[in-house]
Ligand binder design. Structure first.
Ligand code: SAM
Length: 318
């Protein structure tokens, strides 16, 4: 069949790309107002006690959890570096570093297989897991994931501002974060228009605060939680450390549960969890600033009430 010139032109126009138009109309897949998020948190019911941390081995603890009981797993295991948690990291006052970090005793490959194989049973259908890893033992973690049957959805790089000082090699300033799902249908809330797989988030060093030196930023853990769960969901962390997952979950209207083998972290963890109010970190997703979306909205004049009032105010002032 021969295509007439006017038909050809129509086809081209139909596929015409308008830059960032989708960003101008972006809406999160699901969103909750402050009141709705609190309601979801309050109405969630569980058959076992939640919002607590058990002190002991994570594998023993997971074996006691019922089938399909957790929505999301956040796991930041020891990295198998022979690390004591007291190593010197640039710009840190060692007086505030808590001892007793438990590295892996024995074989790291076996350790990784042992705890990762417990995850699919305790995860709900539609649930997901985020596993943190350094680059040196990443092969062990990836092998254990494959054996567990979990599917790898994304391999994310967390880039932080600085790491352990080196003289004869590059300074490591990234972690790997593996985003995994139990099955083909998993919950993913697209809360930003263009979510990239390289995350630049600063490590936080709060002066005078006691911690174990592997503390993750709350912002980083909250990001994992918010993309993969709803308010009221249960977030499980087998390696609680300073309680960062508990803080991020409580602050975003989620429930938490976890284990930590080092009892010396109890005071630090309790005081971290106490320092945050339920929902304190939560801002409805559509009210958060997204530079790409804001620019596209200005360009195409797709402004919401709040943005329109700012534009009107600007015009009035100039
Ligand atoms: C990398 S740190 C986690 C840090 C945590 N994400 C935070 O932000 O504070 C790993 C933690 O796992 C703990 N741990 C090691 N082996 C464990 C086990 N078998 N069961 C439970 N916790 C364990 C260590 O004592 C350490 O606190």
């Amino acid at each position: 069949m021969t295509v007439k010139p006017e038909q050809k032109q129509k086809k081209v126009r139909k596929n015409h790309y308008i830059p960032n138009l989708a960003a101008a109309y972006f809406k999160p897949t699901e969103d909750w107002s402050l009141d709705q998020a609190r309601e979801e948190f309050e109405k969630a019911k569980f058959d076992f006690p939640v919002d607590r941390v058990l002190y002991g081995d994570c594998v023993d603890f997971m074996r006691k959890l019922p089938d399909e009981s957790v929505d999301v797993v956040i796991a930041d295991p020891p990295f198998g570096l022979g690390f004591t948690g007291k190593e010197s990291i640039y710009n840190r006052d060692e007086r505030f570093v808590r001892r007793g970090y438990r590295e892996v005793e024995g074989d790291y490959t076996e350790f990784s297989e042992k705890w990762i194989k417990e995850l699919p049973r305790i995860m709900k259908e539609g649930g997901s897991a985020w596993i943190f890893s350094g680059w040196t033992r990443l092969d062990d973690i990836l092998r254990a994931i494959k054996e567990s049957g979990l599917s790898l959805i994304n391999h994310i790089i967390w880039k932080y501002q600085f790491g352990v000082f080196t003289n004869r090699k590059f300074v490591t300033s990234h972690y790997h974060i593996l985003f995994l799902a139990k099955g083909p249908k998993y919950y993913f809330n697209k809360i930003v228009h263009y979510p990239l797989d390289v995350w630049e988030i600063k490590r936080t060093y709060r002066i005078g605060e006691v911690k174990n030196s592997t503390k993750l930023p709350e912002e980083l853990v909250a990001k994992c939680i918010e993309f993969s769960s709803r308010p009221g969901d249960l977030i499980f962390d087998p390696f609680m450390g300073n309680g960062t997952t508990a803080v991020a979950a409580k602050g975003t209207w989620r429930h938490y549960l976890g284990s930590e083998v080092n009892k010396k972290m109890k005071n630090v963890m309790d005081s971290n969890v106490k320092s945050i109010k339920p929902g304190q970190l939560y801002v409805p997703y559509s009210e958060r600033h997204d530079e790409l979306v804001a620019r596209a909205r200005r360009r195409y004049g797709v402004l919401n009430e709040k943005e329109l009032s700012i534009v009107k105010l600007d015009q009035f002032q100039s």
